[in-house]
Design a protein around this ligand. Structure first.
Ligand code: CU
Length: 254
């Protein structure tokens, strides 16, 4: 009996273990277009309101798919980490504090800049209207308190949405303007620093990430989930060196 108890205590000690220092690594990869060729060159958007201002810098491209013709890299894909099960991600000491108080969304010439963007819980969202015409910003998503907001932005006016309006959720919110229905953007809210958006080559880097097994999730507006649904795919992040993933293939087919 005593021996059994001792054994049980030893096994318990082994399983819980002493507190282990967290190791850190980096995740790198590329999202590559593997869908239909029609997405490579989309026609420009139909602009039929406030035309003289909206088209003053040229036509507005359809950014549903922004594919680099040279390497088929897909831009504006949200790529982010999630834990294997519930609970917070370990956060590198350098990234614990939020560096920027505000994330900005501007709309020069009736087009959102940026098209896809990440807000970390604790940050405010500054809705900027530097243009000479009126816009409104309507956002819909579970990552916004009350399921969304709708803000009127007169010419030249900016409005800051306070940090308490946003909460972490795996699916981005859709942002749109009712005055100019072609205007669209996407907002992902996370409660950690391990979320990014692919660049014009489809590349992404997630620095100072926790080493070990985590989920990698990728989502894009025209593709939906790219890495196997809302739970993404399990990756192992190596300690002290970049973990380079095989290309993630994106298509417009379900
Ligand atoms: Cu507008």
């Amino acid at each position: 009996m005593v021996r059994t108890l001792m054994l049980a205590a030893m096994v318990g000690l082994f399983l819980s273990g002493p507190a282990r220092a967290q190791d850190w690594g980096e995740v790198k990869g590329q999202v590559v277009w593997a869908g239909g060729k029609g997405a490579l060159k989309l026609p420009n958007l139909k602009v039929d309101k406030d035309v003289s201002h909206c088209l003053s810098k040229g036509p507005i491209p359809d950014e549903k798919f922004v594919i680099n013709p040279k390497n088929l890299g897909l831009k504006d894909v949200f790529v982010y980490l999630a834990p294997l099960s519930d609970g917070p991600l370990p956060i590198h000491p350098d990234l614990k504090a939020i560096a920027k108080k505000q994330v900005e969304l501007d709309q020069p010439c009736c087009r959102y800049i940026p098209r896809a963007f990440v807000l970390r819980v604790g940050q405010e969202l500054l809705l900027k209207n530097t243009s000479p015409i009126q816009h409104n910003v309507k956002a819909d998503g579970k990552n916004i308190a009350g399921g969304g907001f709708n803000v009127l932005l007169p010419a030249g006016k900016s409005v800051a949405m306070s940090a308490d309006k946003f909460k972490a959720e795996r699916l981005p919110a859709a942002v749109a303007c009712n005055i100019h229905p072609w205007m669209k953007a996407w907002l992902l809210v996370v409660d950690h620093p391990y979320a990014t958006v692919t660049d014009e080559n489809g590349n992404f880097t997630i620095p100072k990430a926790p080493a070990g097994k985590y989920r990698l999730i990728a989502w894009q507006e025209g593709c939906g989930w790219i890495t196997g649904g809302r739970d993404g795919m399990v990756i192992e992040i190596k300690k002290g060196e970049p973990t380079v993933l095989p290309p993630l293939k994106a298509t417009d087919e379900e």
